[in-house]
Design a protein around this ligand. Structure first.
Ligand SMILES: Cc1ncc(COP(=O)(O)O)c(C=O)c1O
Length: 371
């Protein structure tokens, strides 16, 4: 068990988002207490409406094993990202990609930027990596390159989440390039989790850097953008050599037939991508402004969620994040607590961006809870 899950378990907080039943119980609320889920960072525009029909059409294929190389899916991903199919490994969600990256470095040393997604630490612990943390700096979780480079030189692998969950911050392209140049001679691998890059306002995916830096490993999830957490789709992009090394650790047929069949059609759905972009471009800055106007402290976010806490410039009666979480839940809004994130220890709440009406409902309830 990692330090993160230990601490969250010890406090009785579930270690992931959602999990409303456990939280209702924790706060003594009835099991039928209604709530909206503001804790899950999923694109509210999805899944694309045609997905159910395609799954239905392809259901007969469940009686056969999927082709183990998932060629059509990998070719579609490669074409979209401007890499070769040999540079793509299809995975059972972004989570499997994280565990494969950890498996590749089993028994070694890992540097993890914190606060960040807890599965890096869990995967590293599962594969006996010794973990060092690089704490992102106050007040808004920025990265100070000199210290990062110093620490990165001493490990086998660095895990970076970009944009970062739960802060929504984005390490600059320059810092990433410096990190890559600095780690190349020592052979330190740099794993960048881009699970939210297609839900980022300043989308600057690192794919073009793969040609120059063979020690770069990019992890992607198709869960967030396409609102398909149940289908389990993700992938890794890296050099062909690195992909072969990672594939050794992947169980055969790790991605099911229905998931693999969806990939080319999902990537071809330009109308869905455009609708999502329009929503993000209008709702993200608007919510940022509105949350600030409520007097909350808001970490500058580059993506579809916000890390907030009471106590901004127009602080109102100084309530804690824990109390705000409880008030919101009582009034039917389930937000993401941050007890399970090393370096946050519950001091902040994470709010997912949803559609305009849902965002407005949250603002109204927040306003009531802050009064
Ligand atoms: C940063 C990050 N990476 C990866 C994942 C896992 O994604 P998936 O559901 O595709 O396994 C998550 C899920 O919350 C995440 O936040």
């Amino acid at each position: 068990m990692t330090l993160e899950s230990q601490s969250s378990d010890a406090m009785g907080w579930p270690s992931h988002g959602g999990q409303g039943t456990a939280l209702l119980q924790r706060f003594g609320l009835p099991t039928d207490h209604g709530y909206e889920d503001v804790s899950a960072n999923l694109n509210p525009n999805g899944p694309p409406p045609w997905v159910a029909g395609v799954l239905q059409e392809r259901i007969a294929g469940l009686s056969r094993y999927p082709a183990p190389d998932y060629a059509p899916a990998r070719e579609a991903i490669a074409a979209q990202n401007g890499v070769q199919p040999e540079q793509v490994l299809l995975t059972n969600g972004g989570a499997e990609a994280i565990f494969l990256a950890a498996a590749l470095h089993a028994g070694g040393q890992a540097l993890i930027l914190t606060p960040s997604f807890g599965e890096y630490a869990r995967a590293c612990s599962a594969h006996r990596l010794e973990i060092t943390s690089y704490p992102l700096q106050a007040p808004y979780f920025t990265c100070e390159p000199a210290t990062l480079l110093e620490q990165a030189a001493c490990v086998d692998v660095v895990f970076v989440c970009r944009p970062n969950n739960p802060t929504g911050t984005l390490i600059s392209l320059d810092t990433i390039k410096t990190l890559l140049a600095h780690t190349q001679p020592a052979g330190t691998h740099v794993v960048v989790d881009e699970a939210f890059i297609d839900l980022s306002l300043d989308e600057e995916a690192l794919t073009p850097l793969l040609a120059q830096y063979p020690h770069l490993i990019l992890l992607r999830s198709m869960t967030k953008f396409y609102t398909l957490p149940g289908i389990r789709l993700g992938y890794v992009m890296a050099s062909a050599t690195m992909i072969n090394r990672l594939a050794v650790y992947q169980p055969p047929w790790s991605v099911n037939h229905l998931a693999a069949e969806l990939v080319p059609s999902l990537l071809a759905d330009n109308a869905f991508a455009e609708k999502t972009r329009q929503w993000l471009t209008s709702e993200q800055p608007r919510m940022n402004r509105e949350l600030l106007a409520l007097g909350l402290e808001v970490v500058p976010s580059h993506t579809c969620f916000f890390l907030v806490r009471p106590g901004g410039v127009q602080q109102r009666n100084g309530i804690s994040s824990a109390l705000l979480f409880e008030r919101l839940l009582c009034r039917g809004m389930l937000t993401r607590h941050t007890y399970s994130f090393t370096g946050l220890e519950g001091a902040w709440l994470r709010l997912a961006l949803r559609d305009k009406d849902a965002n407005n409902r949250l603002l109204k309830v927040l306003n009531d809870c802050l009064c």
